[in-house]
Write a protein that binds this ligand. Structure first.
Ligand SMILES: [Ca+2]
Ligand SMILES: [Ca+2]
Ligand SMILES: [Ca+2]
Length: 550
């Protein structure tokens, strides 16, 4: 549905046949409401040649424009989904070797700001609230360098200001790599040194401090690609997980520096191995690209899915009552289904609003896959849509019946998830390397009831990232959703929390566990609607015990 709605975007990777790794891995996508009119707009990241020379491997379509592009959603004004390219007036049209994007309101002015990662220097854009953005990278001190991939906004010290975590891939340099048969090939991460994930502390007044070393992130470099924030520890402070490519995943647990230090003086300790997330059950690392999480088992715990390369299968981790994770890939049916795929963007979303999370992955090879006659870019794979057959039961592959776009093999990379036409169905924005962006509209007939919950923090950061929304039904059962903009791969997702409620679910109330610490409750019996909740306007309720079931 991309081109029909005005979302006319083609990613040119810069590939000219020299097998330069940076051209193979991007690029990113964001679903954000930059103009606060209540509908999700689209921001897409563009590639560029690593060393400009030669002719493109895949012809660039006529009328192609370089640079990142912003598309405004006209849904609110016209009642109909369509997009207008507003790049030129927005100031966001940087032409660079783009990789990913992270979105968050770092200055709490009510307008969502954007951080664009590149192979090279990154860019922070302040949203001026009038449709324009200003590049504030130099003042903010967040340019970074090297090869940045996914990034996330996280208020790791709970001071109400969003801090920034920037994942880095490898220390790339130009060198030849070959297939086992001796023909030139893209290198994997193995010949290169892994790099350190950076943390920038938000000091206020638009300034940041690089605190990577002082919070302990320099202890373990790695070839990082995906990031997911969440509460994995018991401190009540947000932690994060980084998917490393062909190396142990890193789980960074947020801790007080020492018993004597101030509560807000935080450091991170890496606990991937002891928590069961570093490796798959065979004790070996996986490729590790994108990360998704959600309550797959109905136990209140956030299960995780990480996408990998062919012969590895995607990995599913189930959270145990202890807070540690167990590899549940085999039991989930994921091992068999995902074995032939190279997964990047990934999401656990309720496609039919049944109250069950289904799995979508955007796939595309990094080594020669299906070779078709005359194809100079043989990395295409189909996307995957897997239906959740019941809490803790296996997934079933429904890709074949999911629609025509699922039959097109492409080199898919980022996937961003959200409800772009506000009809309660989760839609998917997919980017393709050397290909068009695609908007996969949810047209499932007779979906169940739903709620979309949008939070506004006051003591908590205004984006409310790190807060938890709990939907309590009339029968006392409940389901929780985490507020974040990160996850998947190189993507910024709809920060609204989506709940699928099934056919007959009766809702009683919504409880919000704000990151700043309070619990607030709002009566909610209406369904099939978007709910806006502001911190400080609800009734007090009982706080979530630290780390419980998140
Ligand atoms: Ca909008
Ligand atoms: Ca802002
Ligand atoms: Ca902070």
């Amino acid at each position: 549905m991309a081109k029909q709605t005005g979302l006319d975007f083609w990613q040119f990777s810069g590939a000219t046949g020299d097998f330069l790794l940076p051209e193979l891995m991007g690029s990113g996508a964001a679903l954000i409401d930059y103009d606060n009119d209540g509908d999700l707009d689209v921001f897409l990241i563009q590639g560029s040649p690593t060393y400009p020379q030669g002719t493109p491997l895949v012809p660039i379509p006529a009328g192609w424009k370089p640079g990142n592009r912003l598309f405004r959603n006209n849904l609110r004004e016209t009642g109909k989904l369509s997009f207008t390219d507003v790049t030129e007036s927005s100031g966001l049209g940087l032409a660079d070797q783009g990789t990913g994007v992270a979105a968050g309101d770092y200055d709490n002015d009510g307008y969502i700001d954007l951080y664009v990662t590149n192979y090279g220097h990154n860019v922070l854009y302040h949203n001026n609230g009038n449709g324009t953005f200003t590049d504030v990278t130099a003042t903010a001190g967040v340019a970074s360098s090297g090869w940045s991939t996914s990034a996330a906004w996280i208020d790791y010290d709970k001071d109400g200001l969003l801090d920034l975590v920037v994942v880095h891939y490898v220390d790339f340099y130009r060198r030849p790599c070959y297939t086992p048969q001796g023909s030139p090939n893209y290198c994997g991460p193995q010949p290169f040194k892994g790099t350190v994930t950076e943390v920038y502390h938000n000091l206020g007044q638009g300034r940041f401090k690089n605190v990577t070393d002082e919070v302990g992130l320099n202890a373990k470099p790695g070839p990082g690609l995906g990031i997911l924030t969440g509460t994995f520890g018991t401190s009540g402070y947000p932690d994060f997980l980084v998917a490393d490519d062909g190396a142990a995943n890193h789980l960074w647990i947020n801790e007080r520096r020492s018993p004597q230090s101030k509560e807000s003086d935080r450091v991170f300790r890496e606990e991937g191995l002891s928590r069961g997330l570093a490796y798959a059950s065979d004790g070996k690392p996986r490729a590790g690209m994108g990360i998704a999480s959600g309550d797959l088992f109905g136990d209140g715990g956030q299960a995780l899915v990480i996408t990998n390369i062919p012969t590895e299968a995607f990995t599913m981790f189930q959270r145990q009552p202890t807070g540690d994770f167990m590899d549940a890939t085999e039991q989930s049916g994921l091992a068999h289904i995902s074995l032939p795929y190279t997964g990047f963007g990934v999401g656990l979303i309720d496609m039919e609003n049944r109250g069950l999370l289904d799995l979508f992955t955007a796939n595309g090879a990094v080594n020669v896959a299906m070779v078709r006659a005359g194809d100079r870019f043989p990395y295409r794979e189909k996307k995957l849509l897997l239906k959740n057959m019941g809490k803790g039961k296996a997934f079933e592959n429904i890709t074949a019946s999911a629609g025509p776009v699922f039959q097109i093999p492409e080199v898919s990379r980022a996937a961003a998830f959200g409800d772009v036409n506000n009809d309660g169905g989760m839609d998917i924005l997919v980017t393709n390397n050397n290909g068009p962006a695609r908007l996969l509209l949810n047209t499932v007939p007779k979906r169940g009831h739903w709620l979309l919950v949008h939070l506004e923090g006051t003591k908590t950061n205004r984006s409310a990232y790190g807060s938890v929304v709990e939907l309590v039904r009339m029968d006392g059962t409940s389901v929780k959703g985490w507020v974040r903009g990160d996850g998947s791969y190189l993507a910024a997702n709809d920060p609204r929390v989506h709940f699928g409620l099934g056919k007959g679910a009766e809702v009683n109330r919504i409880q919000v566990y704000w990151l700043a610490g309070e619990c607030e409750s709002w009566k909610q019996t209406a369904v099939d609607t978007i709910v806006n909740l502001k911190e400080g306007t609800g009734q007090p309720c009982e706080r979530l015990s630290a780390g419980a079931g998140r």
